[in-house]
Write a protein that binds this ligand. Structure first.
Ligand code: SF4
Ligand code: FE
Length: 491
């Protein structure tokens, strides 16, 4: 089958019976819901760019399974060049959407589950790898969006899954049948869940023998019986429901989405199971998925950073201060920080290696360093953007005020006249353009898109401490001690 167009992707979502709840109610037409649609447009961009000949090399690739041309978001990386192209593709998408475009979680799940299932089968003679290859071939041939779901609610963090007062704190098997399993539980703050065709569920921590029933990985359609989502709020999200507020929204076209995904006795047929009780492999999936997703942040967040740097430069230009050396220096600093993140994304890719299954894995230490930097640098980039933009980005009256013809002045001036008079930009720049860029910066720094740029930079792909644990494990302090001993003459 050919690659889907953006429109075909959007239409394909309408055919699903996905159950979505928001503000305490079921949303029937969630595809056209003004709070959800921008996140669908964002994923649609992964389809649109794949149709554009100028991005063909980055967005499409030959499948290692079928030889067909597929979207890179469904690809198994075959080389370090593939790994680097993945990061470049994510930067491009970030530049085009200024948001989280969500489809990466599935790509990262494909690559980690592919290599892990190979190693489980090698040890136990199971058929998970074949199951997975069949599933991925179907996904590639139909150009589907698949969500990678990892983060369980976790309940009492000091306790293992089997020790929790409520066993649903981690996704688990409640019934084993000859033809499959029945699962219960949930995944929290799940990116891109509602607008995916399928989900791959994976464990979220390393597990012991007592956690066997929680050591489970499988694919399931997004509208599977027993599965539903409760949509996550974002800062300033209801601006999207207001009339005449497209400028106030800041980025009216695109956005991310997160949801609580609930599995209430969902049946999973055997052919879609990729891990079922082999608890010692839970940690391998987690480590590999987290590694890939930490690499991803060296692409997507850099692309979004590009738009924020551009917006800050425009704000300075509109205010007539773009030549001030202090402003120039801040833009240099923002660029330096942003490109440092890109260096990390490229470096962990360039140092990648082939797994036993044949696909390529990133360098784990460098990917964790990449993400650790992402927990810091976007915050500094945001600080500098706010510094350049000025307070107006959070104090400006609404778009309705700028458009209002209510008379307030003694000479018949309207509210709109007054707003346009006092918020005027430099000559040659419309007040509306100044409004637009201020709201765009607000959106990225502390509005709806801040979910994807700020807080997700901190907690997405694992919180900073999770990377520090990996850095400690991979950092080889013993080897470094030996280097010092050798030179210092210590035996
Ligand atoms: Fe992709 Fe970045 Fe969103 Fe993760 S946070 S899904 S890598 S855009
Ligand atoms: Fe993320």
């Amino acid at each position: 089958m050919a690659l889907m167009t953006a429109q075909e992707y959007i239409e394909s979502l309408r055919k699903l019976n996905t159950r979505v709840y928001m503000f305490g109610e079921k949303i029937e037409n969630w595809v056209d819901h003004p709070m959800i649609r921008p996140s669908i447009n964002c994923v649609a961009m992964t389809y649109a760019l794949a149709q554009d000949p100028q991005y063909a090399d980055l967005m499409t690739v030959k499948s290692s399974l079928t030889g067909h041309t597929i979207n890179r978001f469904t690809h198994l990386h075959q080389s370090t060049e593939d790994l680097m192209n993945k990061v470049k593709m994510q930067r491009l998408l970030g530049q085009k959407t200024a948001s989280c475009f969500q489809r990466c979680v599935g790509m990262d799940a494909f690559n980690s589950v592919f290599s892990t299932t190979f190693e489980i089968d090698e040890k136990y003679g199971t058929h998970y790898h074949e199951n997975f290859k069949k599933f991925l071939t179907y996904v590639q041939d139909n150009d589907l969006t698949v969500d990678g779901a990892m983060t369980d609610p976790k309940g009492d963090r000091s306790k293992a899954p089997h020790d929790q007062a409520d066993p649903d704190m981690y996704v688990h098997v409640v019934e084993r049948r000859p033809d499959g399993i029945v699962v219960c539980g949930a995944k929290c703050h799940q990116t891109g869940s509602i607008n995916s065709h399928w989900h791959i569920f994976m464990p979220t921590i390393s597990m012991g023998e007592a956690d066997k029933d929680w050591a489970v990985s499988f694919a399931c359609p997004t509208d599977a019986e027993g599965m539903y989502m409760i949509y996550g709020r974002q800062s300033c999200d209801t601006r999207k429901l207001e009339e005449d507020a497209s400028i106030d929204v800041g980025n009216a076209k695109f956005g991310g989405q997160e949801a609580l995904v609930v599995l209430d006795h969902v049946f999973i047929p055997n052919e879609y199971i990729f891990l079922n009780g082999e608890y010692e492999f839970a940690g391998m999936i987690v480590e590999r998925f987290a590694g890939y997703h930490r690499q991803s942040y060296g692409g997507c967040k850099v692309g979004v950073g590009d738009t924020l740097i551009g917006a800050a430069a425009l704000a300075a230009e509109y205010n007539g201060v773009e030549k001030a050396s202090a402003v120039k220096d801040k833009l240099i600093e923002m660029t330096h920080l942003n490109e440092t993140l890109f260096c990390c994304g490229i470096a962990c890719s360039a140092q990648g290696f082939k797994t036993k299954a044949g696909n390529y894995q990133i360098d784990l230490l460098l990917a964790n360093v990449c993400k650790q930097n992402v927990t810091r640098f976007p915050y500094e980039i945001v600080r500098l953007a706010e510094d350049i933009a000025g307070g107006l980005m959070v104090t400006m009256p609404s778009q309705k005020d700028f458009n209002s013809d209510t008379v307030v002045g003694r000479n018949g001036e309207t509210i709109g006249d007054i707003c346009n008079k006092f918020f005027v930009a430099r000559e040659g720049v419309s007040t509306e353009n100044r409004q637009r860029i201020m709201r765009f910066i607000e959106n990225l720094c502390l509005g709806a898109a801040a979910v994807g740029y700020r807080t997700e930079s901190m907690h997405g792909a694992g919180s900073p401490q999770a990377q520090r644990i990996m850095i400690a494990r991979q950092g080889n302090i013993q080897g470094k001690k030996q280097l010092a001993k050798d030179i210092a003459g210590i035996v």
